[in-house]
Design a protein around this ligand. Sequence first.
Ligand code: FPP
Length: 221
Amino acid sequence: MMDIPEGRLPLHVAIIMDGNGRWAESRGLDRTKGHEQGERALFDVVEGALEAGIRYLSVYAFSTENWARPKEEIDFLMNFNRELIRIRRDDLHERNVRVRRIGRLEPVPADVLEEFAVAEEMTAGNTKMDLLVCFNYGGRSELEDAAAKGPIAEHLYAPDLPDVDLLIRTSGECRLSNFLLWQSAYAELYFTETLWPDFDRLALFEALEDYASRDRRFGGL
Ligand code: FPP
C-alpha cells in the first residue's frame, strides 16, 4: 500500500487518459472497446483517489480537438459519455463526490449536457472529492473565454479550482495537449507507458508515491 509522508499528497490530480484506441487495436478489437475498458479504469482510479484522500480529480474526457475524429467515433463518444454519467452518478453521489463538467457548451448535444446537468445538480453539495470532467474542454479556449470577460484567474471555468499539483498522462505520449494550461503552470508531470485501460488505482498510488518524492520549488530556491 501507499506510504506517503504527511503533507506530500497532491491536492489536485489531473489525468490525460490516453491510449484507449491503441489498447483495443493491439487486441484486434474495435476502438470503442478501448473506451469501454477505459471507463472501468477511470472508476477504479476514482475509488483509489477517494481512498488516498485526493480532494480534486480532473479528467480529460473529450477535448476541443477531438471533434476532428471520424463522425462515427464522435457519435460513439457522445453516447458513451452521456450513458456513463447517467449510470455512474448515483454511485458517485453515494461516495460524496461532486461532479463538475467544464468546457464549452457548443456543439455538445443537448442530451449529453442534460445528463451532466442532472449529475451536477444531484452532487452539488458533496464534499469529499470534486471530479472535474473536462468535456469539450481546451486550455486555450478556456483562456480566451476568460480573457474576454476580464482578469483570467477570476473567469476560468472553475475559478475555485486549485492549481494542478500532479498531472498524469498515460500511453507514453509526453505532451500537455491543451489540458488545464493555466492551472498546470507548476504541475509535476508524470508520464507512464501504461495504456489508459490498463491503468488502475495501484498505478495511481505509484504516481502519488513518485510525486511525494519530488522537490517542488515554484521558481524559488
Ligand atoms: C483517449 O484515448 C481517451 C478518450 C478520447 C476518452 C476517454 C474517456 C473516458 C475513459 C471516460 C470519460 C469520463 C467521464 C467521467 C465522462 P484515444 O482514443 O486517444 O487512444 P489512442 O491515443 O490510443 O488512439
